[in-house]
Design a protein around this ligand. Sequence first.
Ligand SMILES: C[S@@+](CC[C@H](N)C(=O)[O-])C[C@H]1O[C@@H](n2cnc3c(N)ncnc32)[C@H](O)[C@@H]1O
Length: 450
Amino acid sequence: MAVSPARAVALEILLRVEREDSYAAELLHSPHLTKLSSRDHGLATELVMGVLRWQSLLDRRLAAASSQKLERLDGEVLAALRLGVYQLLFLSKVPARAAIFESVELVKAARKRSAAPFVNAVLRKVAGAGAEDILAEIGKSPDSITLAQNAAHPPWLVARWAGHYGFEATRQICIQDQTVPGAAIHIHDNESDAELAAAGVQLSPGRLLSAARRILSGDVTGTRAYQEGRVSIQDEASQLVALLVGRGEKILDCCAAPGSKTALLARRSPRAKVFATELHPHRARLLQNLNRLPNVHVVAADARHLPFSLSFTFDRILADVPCSGTGTLARNPEIKWRLKAEDLRDLQLRQVAILKSALAQLAIGGRLVYSTCSLEREENEAVVEAALDGTAEFKVADFKGELEQLRQSGELCFELSGKDTASLLAGPYLRTIPGVHPCDGFFAAMIERR
Ligand SMILES: C[S@@+](CC[C@H](N)C(=O)[O-])C[C@H]1O[C@@H](n2cnc3c(N)ncnc32)[C@H](O)[C@@H]1O
């Protein structure tokens, strides 16, 4: 009997995430998935993201029910088991017998027919064990180790966040990471609200920014406003980082693809020349296709060796560097299983090189914003310190005044139970924390050239 299309797609994507280091969010938007009905696409998304979010917890349940070590199982068998146990524990609308049957059929379809009785037996055992309230367990976790276990995070990551942000903030981060994140958009003009409403897209106001909206329902990507670039899908913290770059005349966005910040910079300074560099040619092409604004010039180039002479300077630069992405785990849960502590050192070396190269193009009196979507100090404060070490030419400026200006202009509308913009700051830096703030975890530093 044929397996359901959503589960077949979910299995295929989970295998590619594991074997090719691909990102699930990108695979779920592959063109060949347009053949799925929107219901099946929704279920495939739920299954893939759910399995990746809860992977370590699912594996513990499976290990307790399995006669074989999970490491010894074929990839297809383990993925089918994870899909089964995820449905048993988290999808109350899927009857247990259907979840078990589908996983058995999945291994048969993957030519692992001999594993079918094993999958059936393991999942039956898990189904019989009963479920506890998993989210309540996260709330009750008394220490980092238990929290990591209950919230399906690697213990080393939770321990370092607890040391840096405190235990309660870390609990909030973990809860947020285990939640399906909402989508936000940026509205670049006054007409798009009405246009989106007419197209059946339901929105609520932004929680950080007045030009942001939260999508409640509907397909934004099918609207003219989106296709013409008058609306961008972009997390509110990412929008805020672009706003903090400010307006300029000659702007460089040196790690630019896919280009949501480029679009915001270019639309805010329509008379500016905006240069957008991106290392990977295919991503530079994507940026070009998504960004057809007349003042944006896309260049495929390595930001560590920018293709401009040193006399060609910019009054505004954004260095939104490649990073671990630990501030976006709700959207990219596979990152937490891939990342190792030692990777942070390699990332840091690359980030320092990009930042130093970008600083060399900054005009006197100009402003550079360095940003990441990482929660790790190595990729944030430590990069800024390393890049500025021993230079008197550059100084870190405080974002406090900028945030106050954005509040006064009405662009920043954030209220956190009576706290002011200070909660968005860590010293002179911008610091948003998922679960604490209504957005992804972003870091930004503002550097000025004297
Ligand atoms: C965090 S993403 C940028 C997101 C983008 N600013 C936005 O808001 O849409 C980092 C980008 O930098 C690119 N990249 C990585 N290394 C780079 C380098 N050495 N020079 C330029 N771009 C680089 C990556 O391919 C990726 O597209």
